[in-house]
Design a protein. Structure first.
Length: 118
């Protein structure tokens, strides 16, 4: 009922976001007046629950969907691993003893790891 009642306002909010007439931060502030969620904010929350429920049903019943999610998670974990390697490095430990010319060699993942430095 809340979605149906606020549908025109929800479309206006979506249009304002798409055309950059208003910032998302300002909309969130508008939908939570004095720490309480407004009726428009509750309508958006109900609308979001529809898609969350659809997602959970897809996970439960569609094997291809689960497989796709697993692949996306693997990509995300790979990115997290790269970020850990870039940020933490080898935790201050030397992994190999020094060999002459070692600093001039690039391993297969070092160009990617050096990207944030550049």
């Amino acid at each position: 009922m809340a979605i149906k009642q606020h549908w025109p306002d929800m479309l206006q909010v979506a249009g304002s976001l798409v055309t950059n007439q208003v910032r998302a931060y300002d909309l969130i502030r508008m939908m939570t007046a004095e720490g309480r969620t407004t009726s428009l904010g509750r309508a958006f929350a109900h609308y979001g629950r529809i898609f969350k429920s659809m997602h959970l049903l897809h996970v439960a019943h569609l094997e291809d969907y689960r497989r796709m999610m697993g692949a996306q998670l693997n990509v995300g974990e790979g990115r997290n691993g790269l970020a850990r390697a870039v940020y933490f490095g080898n935790l201050g430990q030397l992994r190999r003893s020094y060999e002459r010319g070692m600093e001039d060699q690039l391993g297969p993942s070092q160009p990617l790891a050096m990207g944030p430095v550049l």
